[in-house]
Design a protein around this ligand. Structure first.
Ligand SMILES: [Zn+2]
Length: 390
């Protein structure tokens, strides 16, 4: 099972000669309209390499999938018309390339990634944020019959570090472990009131809890969400802002650095572990709710940025990222790690030291979780059939 999983990943990274002679079939386009994003999924028969570009007049993004061919009977044009995308279309651009084009209505940014087992190219397109005046004709949201999606009964809050592990320490002496504990407890109190959910803390006092035990606590309680709270640090004293992570392989140097620090291992070892893909393989093979984790991460990140910006200046949105965090490995539920600010930045350290800022952070994370939960009931999984009628 392990071997079977390694193979497509390696092929994706280093397309071998034998693999190159066999084309990947592009099988199907489907999409889902969420309030927060439009997700386009391209189903594929095997691993792919692609290039991407955004061009204007008319505004569109295209992806060239190398060494691929369109399957017979594939619906090559899918109308969306949800206010973000007009339609998705694809064609055999040349002998070896399938081109997928997303015709844009109004969008802010997009992200693209590959998911395995089965192989698919996933493109998340985020709507333009113009106050609250977003178009209301985004599909026709229906409540999903699948109750598991919105059944969030138990949330585990993981305050980073603790006890003998202070985490990052600010220039003024503030310790990460104290901030995470304080924000974590506030978050728990807010969530307990608003959602009526059960909160479990991996620690509720200044004690040391090993990283692997933290997800074990969540798994043993069959928790529905896992939220790890951390404070960022950088050798660049002017580094500032907020970022939210989920677990995945990465080659982003900055993300690797953050993960290395949180994992308490040197960056060189971090890269080695990644190259071996050892720990993460088992986790990815289990299909650990990555798409849900990502959606939760986006919801929490945008809530944090938006609410802090209303009261504070220079709130930098560093976005949703992914890296190999030990504390997320093995979680059997959607799980994220939030870096709420930089303790190494003098101004942000001062903010973190104030309870008003910490309260605001806790409230914003709670609101992000709230939005995630409420949107789980509004997911419209729309496939070709419905689209061809619209
Ligand atoms: Zn930390």
């Amino acid at each position: 099972m392990k071997k079977a999983f390694i193979l497509p990943l390696l092929c994706m990274l280093f397309l071998s000669v034998s693999e190159a002679s066999r084309q990947t079939a592009v099988q199907k386009i489907r999409f889902s309209s969420y309030k927060s994003q439009t997700r386009v999924v391209i189903d594929l028969s095997g691993p792919i390499v692609f290039t991407q570009n955004r061009i204007a007049d008319p505004d569109r993004i295209f992806f060239d999938i190398e060494n691929s061919s369109l399957s017979d009977n594939v619906n090559s044009s899918v109308p969306i018309m949800d206010g973000v995308l007009k339609k998705v279309r694809m064609s055999q651009f040349n002998e070896k390339t399938v081109r997928v084009v997303l015709d844009i209505d109004k969008m802010s940014t997009y992200s693209v990634f590959i998911l395995e087992d089965p192989q698919r190219l996933v493109i998340d397109v985020y709507p333009e944020i113009a106050g609250e005046s977003r178009k209301e004709n985004r599909g026709s949201p229906k409540t999903l019959p699948d109750k598991d999606l919105n059944k969030i009964e138990t949330i585990v809050i993981d305050a980073g570090h603790g006890g003998k592990d202070p985490g990052a320490i600010g220039p003024g002496g503030l310790q990460e472990k104290d901030i995470t504990l304080n924000v974590g407890k506030k978050l728990g109190e807010i969530l307990e009131q608003k959602q009526g959910v059960k909160i479990i803390y991996t620690r509720d006092k200044d004690i040391f809890v090993p990283l692997n035990e933290r997800t074990e606590i969540a798994n043993s309680h069959k928790a529905d969400l896992f939220v790890s709270i951390h404070v960022n640090a950088s050798e660049r004293r002017n580094a500032r802002g907020i970022e939210t992570y989920f677990l995945n392989w990465t080659n982003d140097k900055e993300a690797l650095k953050v993960a290395a620090r949180e994992n308490k291992i040197p960056i060189s070892k971090m890269e080695k572990i990644q190259d071996g893909l050892q720990m993460i393989l088992q986790d990815l093979a289990r299909n650990n709710k990555r798409e849900e984790s990502m959606r939760l991460a986006h919801s929490v990140q945008s809530s944090l940025v938006n609410s802090l910006r209303s009261d504070y200046s220079k709130i930098e949105d560093l976005g949703v990222k992914y890296a190999l965090f030990y504390v997320l490995v093995g979680a059997e539920m959607p799980s994220i790690l939030v870096e709420i600010s930089f303790i190494s930045n003098h101004e942000e350290e001062k903010r973190l030291a104030a309870s008003s800022y910490r309260n605001k952070v806790a409230e914003a994370i709670a609101k992000g979780i709230d939005t995630y939960i409420s949107q789980s009931t509004l997911v419209v999984e729309t496939f070709q059939k419905r689209a061809s009628g619209g």
